[in-house]
Design a binder for this molecule. Sequence first.
Ligand code: NDP
Length: 257
Amino acid sequence: MQNYVYPTFDLTGKKAVVTGGSKGIGFTIAAGLAHAGAEVLITGRNESALIEATDEMKKQGYRVSWRASDVTTKKDVEELFDYIDDEFQQIDILINNAGMNIRKSLIEVEEEDWDKVVDTNLKGAFLVGQQAAKRMISQKSGRIINISSILGKIGNPLQTSYAASKGAIDQLTKVWAAELAEHGITVNALAPAYIITPMTEHFLQDEERLEKIINRTLMKRMGQADEMIGPALFFASDASTYVTGQILYVDGGWTAN
Ligand code: NDP
């Protein structure tokens, strides 16, 4: 028998930052990373939501802290990373998750809608990813996990700005993987379909829309937020040392169909 390295999802001693960690997918992945042993910093704009989320995780014994920061503002992102340098000293894992959607037809989308969505989902991921990459290059290690969407790959109506931002996230993932591999950094993306979170829970009240989603999904249901944890741990842990530049669809089979 060779001396195989048998990987685990153990993240003890790792430090992780999750943007948009106050609710939904970000909150759940943050809890998953903390459960695996990482020390986690969550960010978002709403302080009381961050305090509530942190308190909830602390009750589980997780090592979690928060920092209010808007990903669309360069100054905020720079201040966030100054804080990380002072308080955290290292960043092993970045979950580039903060995001939003405004569903409108091409004809209805206002310039302001486009700017909000693209600034949050794309410019925000760029600003945060750039700061994280600088630190990870010095450390000669790191994991960047961008949260994309199936809408980066498929064309659905009412998604002009959102789909454009997520398609661009897929490309950022590949370009960053190419630039950062030589520094010991992997960059991958998780691309969910419809996961029940504050962003999507209104679909549960819209029978016609819900039926369309379910019919389109091989597994005939929406996803639960905690079904993002395993895929995130895969990219964040030693289970994926030779995987970079990949987009993993967490979509109940939607894009296989
Ligand atoms: P939620 O709306 O539930 O949560 C979004 C999070 O992002 C919140 O913590 C919010 O906090 C934060 N956020 C939003 N804007 C900013 C900003 N400008 N700066 C910092 N933080 C911000 O969304 P989901 O959990 O559903 O989505 C998370 C990610 O997953 C997004 O990137 C989304 O596009 C993606 N996704 C989600 C899918 C789903 O079905 N839910 C499907 C495919 C992709 P606050 O408002 O306080 O700033």
